[in-house]
Design a protein around this ligand. Structure first.
Ligand SMILES: *Cc1c(COP(=O)(O)O)cnc(C)c1O
Length: 384
């Protein structure tokens, strides 16, 4: 795995390609091998080379965990079979009756996991933009603050450093869902957060061909508890999935730069377009949380949402009219996607405090040629 001091001095792009990825000592292979073996030989009982059984630890997974932990400036990285499996592991840290405070705009599946699966926990959804209101209404039994920034799908941005300070003063932990920003744009641990969670299915994998989740953190004791649950509950990724995600992460920096540039081209088209009511993008000066985003993010990301003057029916027509933007769930990959959150990704939040407007469209802007993406949206908007 190389010298850790040397690795921490490396730039982001170098860590993505070399952290945890020394050439294979046996063959010299430059690419981390996919280790399919479920069991590992022991010289004597309990004497092994660091691996016993592949649920507990696997060499391909170790390489991937080391790589992404290095990108988050974390001491520990834990890979899971999906983003929700990673989130589930975090929620298992809490005792029955303890409270999760979450933003009132978050990934629908996160809200479903907290409210419908971890039913032994209490939860409160709050507006994390208003810090005075947050302090005034702070429930004293809060054990965990769930912070997603930018949020899915409204792309609101919250001040990680300020909210973490408020939570820590009151004895609560902070978990940041960094799926939309990725460690290339934002590093929550350096802003004080306790745990970073990813849906690796999105930008980390980056090619819409693998489902995965990730936790990054630096606290040794907390990492030990999470590793225990990772092994004991067993929601680990397969070696091939680890390999695919590790391969995707190598190009994260160059992909993110292009995602951001293409998103800006799309925003330029949408702002001022007669069919568009409002554009939601963290770079826009009037965007909720713009100041926090400008402080804590390197750039503003590849996700763009907007509402249509023509209401829900116009939104549904535009979603069906694009040709390059594929109508589908998910996000963060090389190809552009369009969706209607109210009836797709966020349908499970209907009737809850996390319900989204029904004239909202969400775009995951890919890395195709910007002028082709702009032309496609322009023709689709004629149907609005
Ligand atoms: C997709 C997503 C998740 C869930 O991850 P899966 O890999 O689908 O389980 C969590 N948070 C955010 C922000 C997401 O977009």
């Amino acid at each position: 795995m190389g010298d850790t001091d040397e690795q921490s001095a490396w730039g982001f792009e170098t860590r993505a390609i070399h952290a945890g990825q020394d050439p294979d000592p046996v063959s010299g292979a430059v690419v981390v091998p996919i280790s399919l073996s479920t069991t590992f030989a022991q010289d004597e009982v309990g004497q092994h080379k660091g691996y016993e059984y592949s649920r507990s630890g696997n060499p391909t997974r170790t390489a991937y965990e080391t790589q992404v932990a290095a990108l988050e400036d974390a001491r520990h990285g834990l890979a899971f079979a999906s983003g929700l499996a990673a989130e589930d592991n975090v929620l298992r840290l809490l005792a029955p009756g303890q409270r999760v405070l979450l933003g009132n705009d978050a990934y629908g599946g996160t809200f479903r996991l907290i409210s419908k699966v971890h039913t032994h926990l209490a939860w409160t959804a709050v507006d994390l933009l208003d810090l005075d209101a947050l302090v005034a209404a702070w429930p004293s039994d809060t054990a965990l603050v769930w912070l997603e920034t930018p949020t899915n799908p409204l792309l609101r941005c919250f001040d990680i450093e300020a909210i973490t300070a408020i939570a820590h003063e009151r004895g609560a932990m902070v978990c940041v869902d960094n799926t939309f920003a990725t460690p290339f744009l934002q590093q929550p641990l350096s802003l004080g957060a306790d745990i970073v969670v990813h849906s690796a299915t999105k930008y980390l994998g980056g090619h819409s061909d693998v489902v995965g989740g990730f936790l990054a953190l630096s606290d040794d004791e907390l990492a030990q508890r999470l590793r225990f649950t990772q092994n004991a509950a067993g929601a680990v990724p397969a070696p091939f999935d680890c390999y695919l995600t590790l391969r995707g992460v190598k190009t994260l920096a160059v992909r993110m730069e292009r995602h951001c540039a293409n998103a800006r081209a799309v925003v330029d088209l949408l702002v001022g377009h007669p069919a568009v009511e409002r554009v939601l993008y963290p770079q826009l000066p009037d965007h909720p949380g713009h100041a926090a985003a400008a402080r804590q993010m390197r750039d503003f990301g590849g996700m763009v949402s907007f509402t249509l003057r023509g209401g829900r029916d116009a939104a549904l027509r535009v979603a069906a009219a694009t040709e390059l933007f594929t109508l589908g769930e998910s996000l963060g990959a090389v190809e552009s996607l369009i969706e209607h959150p109210g009836q797709m990704t966020h349908a499970s939040a209907a009737g809850s405090p996390l319900e989204v407007p029904d004239h909202l469209i969400r775009l995951s802007v890919g890395i195709e040629s910007a002028h082709d993406l702009v032309a496609d949206l322009e023709q689709a908007l004629t149907t609005a």
